[in-house]
Ligand binder design. Sequence first.
Ligand code: NAP
Ligand code: GDD
Length: 336
Amino acid sequence: MTKVTKALITGITGQDGAYIAESLLSKGYQVFGMYRRRATDPFDNIDHIKNKINLVSGDLCDGHSIQEVVEETNPDEVYNLGAQSFVKVSFNQPHVTRDINFYGVDRLLHSLFRFNKKIRFYQASTSEMFGDVLETPQSEFTPFNPVSPYGEAKLAAHELVKEYRKRGMFCCGGILFNHESPRRGLQFVTRKITHSVAKIHLGLQDKLSLGNLNAERDWGHAIDYVEAMWLMLQQDTPDDYVIATGKKITVRDFVELAFKKIGREIEWVGEGLDEKGYSNGQVVVDVDEKFFRPNEVNLLLGDPSKAKKELGWEPRASLEDLVFSMVQNDLTLLEK
Ligand code: NAP
Ligand code: GDD
């Protein structure tokens, strides 16, 4: 009888956790998803597969729970996706961010190493570690220069992953650039835009207020990116990989694409805090400084050539398809 591969996913209730769970189930894995206790139901993203996965309770801030989860689930592969993942919040909650995003990884790796050194480990590293970028595009060779507590904690975790790799564990750091989907949290700029555009279309909201419209990101689709995580753990040797599309646009461009989906063109007037986006003579976008960050990452653009060469990975979804699917999903949700 062939052995079923067991995967443990932390961050199962998040965007990537839900997509990788679906993908691993389709590959015949037994899937364990770690979730933390919440006052309200956190299972929106995984309602449809809840009866196919094994949910285990644990918190990256609690070493006891992690040890128990590792022992109970006895995994072959671990995907550590749990994090305080919102960069802006990390500026006023730096301690909790570091506790989850760095010490959480420390706790988990320590437990795994003691329990079974053969477990393969994926760490959700991030392009935010490049911060105030020192070269463009950013590859595995680009020096890191984080500018947020989030980026700093993720970089410390990334270095720890390398340490455990030197100790013989199969650990990979996926340096993933921004990836989005209809399951993206509403705080992140892409989903905030698509949700607001859908509301404006349905007459439920007048305008959308944003922060830095000039920020440039390399946005891909989360479904493509979770496939890269899995591919990393199937290689003969562990390594770190940049996962990106190699294309960038501004927040302003993203806004235009989202409005295009509902058949509206945006005309931009003014600059800085006074910039406004008009459609049919009505202000539908403005700038509010409360959405600025104390320190900004202005540009992220990845070079995914190593992933293409070594993993055979390439992004499939186009940016237009991504934006349109997000707006369509929000329209459907709001029309219910
Ligand atoms: P997400 O939607 O914000 O999900 C984060 C997950 O972490 C949620 O399930 C959350 O649970 C869980 N979590 C938070 N604190 C925890 C704790 N103390 N113990 C256990 N679980 C905890 O994030 P995502 O977009 O799926 O991203 C997945 C991972 O990739 C994160 O580590 C993120 O930092 C990293 N990353 C994301 C991107 C991107 O563009 N999406 C790019 C690079 C790297 P609750 O539901 O209880 O809050
Ligand atoms: N959230 C948000 N809200 N961002 C805004 C807004 C706004 O109203 N207006 C402009 N922005 C700008 C931010 O300043 C930032 O430059 C850019 O839009 C993207 O912001 P987010 O969508 O919040 O994502 P992020 O790039 O800070 O972080 C995401 O990507 C990282 C990978 O680079 C998160 O998913 C991180 O967890 C991930 O590591």
